[in-house]
Design a protein around this ligand. Structure first.
Ligand code: TXE
Length: 492
């Protein structure tokens, strides 16, 4: 079994008390690597290393252009290592090799984009209203950023934090999910190879319930960038509030994929499938509710069920597999429990509905692509994030009703709209309370376009120009140019 070490202050180390945990392959259900199980003291030394690196001239005195060049060198290494890292991700989290390769090959773009932005962060000269003073602003890094990431797209979701945070001049303590730490540690080696000074990127592996709170509350940490579950996000926010730390949070959703009567039916079927069965529904942007206009409801459901039934389930490392396993044992149990809940609530099961036992699934943790029809908008299956291949189909009668249902959850991460009417498309893009609205497409993301949640889906934005601002703070500098000291007893 492969044995990994963590990256702290430029050194590859075990946990101080030598504890480890096994990471499992969701397709075989067996352990394949040992990961260091960090404790509080390991977090302490990672934060200390990041703080030291933040102040050291090897990082702090580096010009922004040189910082950009380092990040570009990392992106080049990422490009040459993309397929190898994709293989590790698939082994560790069970997501399709086709999807992981796509993600890894595209991922360098985030680093190129933010590397390019590093030396374009500019302050402003304020045309100040007061005579005799000159006022300008500086954009400064925050310090030590704690990046806490989940298991569903381990390197991609880390990249959305690391690329802008490094471009802005911060240093990092990254805690990947305990279910997907191997690829993070392989990634860490590339930062070293690229020539980042020791301590700029530190990776601490371990359990969220053991070291998460310690990391978030650590006085040496200046900012938290978190992607994960709703409840964990709440706890992170509360703990960060105690020391008034800035946070970005991305907490998932219950996104609506809305199919109007004027949609191109085949396209909408594919769009709904890509929203919920791609990645076995384990994505924050899963279109886990399909809202379908009553007039096309039966025809749409028939076409969707027929298409979803053909999905090839099985080994995620095969290029032709379409539905892979569930990444973690607890997640498998959670999805099966939600299927029970939906049955008990009176939703009609139209496809799937149980753990998959197809021979192609072996001993893996699979759930059949599952479709519930006639779901009421207030049922739990229509309100709560399942994070699995379970679709709730809800009929609607009018555009107004579609908007009301779509907006009627605590979440607001994304929405899809299927229509041929430009007026309807634009109206929906305005009325839907979601951070991303896709019209006649679904699940598109880019390093150039901001991503984040409305309402309980999160705080802050990742990707796009504005993302770098999440890792900067603005300073106002005043300089007297009058040559005389004014009355010290009144405000200038
Ligand atoms: O996530 P957690 P889990 C949702 C999805 C899923 C549920 C639970 O609905 O079923 O969350 O998944 C770290 N302080 N999403 O339990 O616990 C943890 O170690 C600080 C949505 O895997 O939120 C990991 O690194 N950190 C989502 C990270 O938080 C803590 C993606 C996320 O784990 C911590 C994944 C603590 N107290 C799951 N406890 C999305 N938005 O895409 C845990 N962690």
């Amino acid at each position: 079994m492969k044995k990994y070490q963590m990256l702290i202050g430029g050194q590859w180390v075990d946990a101080l008390d030598d504890r480890t945990f096994d990471t499992e392959n969701p397709f075989t259900g067996t352990a394949w690597a040992q990961i260091p199980r960090a404790g509080a003291r390991d977090v302490d030394r990672a934060v200390a290393a990041a703080a030291q690196a933040f102040n050291a001239p090897s990082w702090s005195a580096l010009s922004a252009s040189a910082r950009g060049a380092l990040i570009r060198r990392f992106a080049d290494l990422l490009t040459t290592n993309a397929d190898r890292l994709a293989d590790i991700e698939t082994r560790d989290n069970g997501k399709l090799i086709a999807e992981m390769r796509g993600q890894l090959r595209y991922m360098p773009q985030w680093y190129y984009y933010f590397a390019g932005l590093a030396d374009k962060v500019e302050g402003r000269v304020i045309p100040i209203d007061k005579p005799g003073v000159f006022n300008f602003t500086r954009e400064e890094p925050l310090g030590v950023v704690a990046a806490i990431t989940p298991w569903n797209s381990p390197l991609m979701l880390a990249t959305w934090k690391l690329a802008p945070a490094l471009a802005a001049g911060n240093t990092i303590v990254w805690k990947p999910s305990e279910f997907s730490s191997a690829s993070a540690l392989e990634f860490g080696a590339l930062f070293e190879e690229a020539g980042f000074p020791p301590g700029v990127v530190n990776i601490v592996t371990g359990f969220g319930n053991e070291i998460g709170e310690h990391l978030v509350s650590h006085p040496g940490v200046d900012k938290i960038a978190f992607t994960g579950g709703d409840r964990t996000g709440q706890s992170v926010y509360q703990i960060a509030a105690r020391s008034i730390k800035p946070v970005t949070l991305e907490l998932g959703g219950k996104s609506a994929n809305i199919v109007f009567e004027d949609a191109v039916l085949d396209d909408a079927v594919k769009g709904v499938v890509s929203g919920i069965f791609a990645a076995s529904g384990q994505t924050c942007i899963a279109g886990s509710r399909a809202l379908v206009h009553r007039s096309i409801y039966p025809a749409f459901v028939d076409a969707l069920v027929a298409f979803a039934r053909t999905a090839r389930i099985g080994d995620p490392s095969r290029d032709d597999t379409q539905v892979g396993p569930i990444t973690t044992r607890p997640q498998l149990a959670k999805i099966l429990e939600y299927i029970e809940i939906a049955n008990a609530e009176g939703a009609k099961l139209a496809l799937g509905g149980k753990r998959a036992t197809d021979p192609a699934c072996g001993e893996g943790w699979f759930v059949e692509p599952t479709i519930f029809t006639d779901v009421g908008p207030k049922m739990r299956i229509a309100q709560e994030e399942v994070f699995g291949p379970v679709l709730a189909i809800i009929p609607f009668e009018s555009d107004e009703e579609a908007i009301e249902i779509a907006n009627g959850t605590i979440y607001g991460l994304a929405a899809g709209v299927w229509t041929q009417s430009i007026t309807r498309a634009l109206t929906m893009s305005q009325k839907l309370k979601a951070g991303t609205v896709w019209i006649n497409t679904y699940r598109a993301v880019s390093y150039m376009s901001p991503f984040g949640g409305f309402k309980r889906s999160g705080i802050g934005r990742e990707s796009g120009l504005s993302a770098i601002r999440e890792y900067l703070q603005e300073k106002s500098v005043w300089i007297d140019i009058s040559g005389s000291v004014p009355n010290p007893f009144v405000q200038r």
